[in-house]
Design a protein around this ligand. Structure first.
Ligand SMILES: [Zn+2]
Length: 446
């Protein structure tokens, strides 16, 4: 091209670029100008640039997208966390909050979270008027009597730049009190507003005293009502209200939903078992997106003990480990209590998914889930320069879950830094079960 040569603001030099949206997997230089992706080529060595960063040997990916976050801090008590934790500091440039905000509290979510967070934040708003108030620890707050579908629909319509869908739980607690009423209201609101549903499967809310609910019946009621574009979460949970029963076989309703185009999000959280993951993957079911589901209750000491008790009450686990009974935070296996995007990507690799697939789950697939594949999840020229740089280490690590299962990993992914709109930030969040107070966001070291 004739005329003055462009001087780039920054070139990431020599990294392995994986961008499934463009079918790229190879060594490329990535140039940024004015906060946008300006060039992508095998070598930009001759091009003028204000700054070059050598990322040889590292993975350079479109800015990662966490499809399941809980970032309405303070308003939801101990539950919501600082968006910088699962976001920039975990190597993630786009977060999808899953039902932490609701119609009545959405204005605050926009003002204090969406507008302030460094990462892009989108939302599936909760059908419950209380959202995820106090981490759903009180069944009363999710009562259908408090749900106002008109306000939910109005809020969705007025905030389509942020809200992409409605979150609901289809699980034994709400079913024991009100049958399928809450799900029916969420379904109606989503269909009327023309947005997808994100459906959490697996027991979560307190059950009505003495009530018994067949988790299989919940699946049979709810899953056939889901359509292409809706999402079901927690495929790797051993809870019989999720993907498979005691025999480990994936329910036919789930298979039929996937065939219709219903998406699957991992929703790692505590509802995750390596054993179930193995069984589900071996039946040919691979999730579409990789929600991390990090929240205040699973990064605070004591959570392991409490959730273990919950699993025992639900008949999913049998014992509380002695160290956990003593309340020793060091007894909480590191991968259970705090897990970040890179750890869950590592877990998917250890389970045998290839790297391209894992990157696809965290980029283009997740962008599609929120209807923003033209905006996020790709290094296409002219896009906002949202880029994630990861380190890929080889060695031997043991990954554990809350259910006593462990698998070996011979590769570990660790976040290095991100570019958000071309600005570089350190991604320094490391696993630490005693982690409580977030450090302030800081510029990356030169
Ligand atoms: Zn969640």
């Amino acid at each position: 091209m004739a005329g003055k040569r462009t001087t780039y603001d920054l070139i990431l030099r020599g990294g392995r670029v994986i961008d499934p949206s463009k079918r790229i997997d190879g060594v490329r230089d990535v140039a940024v100008k004015d906060g946008k992706i300006a060039a992508l080529a095998p070598s930009l060595d001759g091009a003028p640039a204000k700054k070059r960063i050598n990322v040889a040997g590292k993975l350079v990916l479109p800015g990662l997208i966490d499809a399941h976050a809980h970032v309405y801090e303070y308003v939801t008590g101990p539950f919501g966390i600082d968006p910088e934790l699962p976001g920039i500091r975990s190597g993630v440039t786009t977060l999808v909050d899953q039902g932490t905000a609701n119609a009545f509290t959405f204005a605050g979510f926009r003002k204090f979270v969406v507008e302030r967070a460094t990462a892009n934040v989108y939302s599936f708003i909760s059908i419950y008027s209380a959202g995820a108030l106090y981490g759903y620890m009180n069944a009363g707050v999710v009562s259908p009597h408090l749900i106002d579908t008109d306000v939910v629909i109005e809020t969705v319509r007025a905030n389509r730049d942020v809200i992409h869908g409605i979150k609901v739980q289809a699980e034994a607690g709400t079913f024991s009190h009100w049958g399928a009423d809450t799900f029916a209201l969420a379904h109606k609101a989503a269909r009327t507003a023309g947005v997808p549903l994100y459906v959490h499967l697996g027991h979560i809310f307190p059950k009505k005293k003495g009530a018994s609910v067949d988790p299989r019946a919940i699946i049979k009621t709810v899953v056939p009502q889901l359509e292409a574009g809706d999402i079901i979460a927690h495929p790797f949970s051993p809870d019989p209200g999720c993907f498979a029963g005691a025999d480990g076989k994936v329910y036919p309703e789930i298979r039929a939903a996937i065939a219709r185009g219903v998406g699957i999000d991992v929703g790692r959280g505590s509802a995750f078992s390596y054993r179930t993951a193995r069984a589900v993957l071996d039946q040919g079911i691979v999730p579409d997106t990789l929600g991390i589901d990090l929240h205040g209750l699973n990064i605070r000491p004591g959570y392991f003990l409490n959730s273990r008790k919950r699993f025992i009450a639900a008949g999913i686990a049998k014992t509380v480990p002695a160290a956990a009974r003593r309340g020793d935070p060091a007894a909480e296996p590191e991968n259970n209590v705090a897990f970040t995007m890179a750890h869950v990507m590592t877990a998917m690799r250890a389970l045998g998914l290839d790297l391209d697939r894992v990157v696809r789950m965290t980029t283009v697939n997740a962008a599609r889930m929120i209807g923003r594949e033209r905006q996020h999840g790709s290094l296409a020229l002219g896009r906002a320069a949202d880029v994630t740089v990861l380190e890929r280490e080889t060695g031997r690590w043991t990954l554990r879950d809350l259910h006593g299962n462990a698998i070996d990993a011979d590769e570990r992914l660790m976040p290095c830094f991100v570019l958000k709109d071309g600005v570089r930030y350190a991604s320094d969040l490391r696993v630490d079960p005693r982690y409580e107070e977030p450090a302030p966001l800081r510029a990356a070291a030169e």
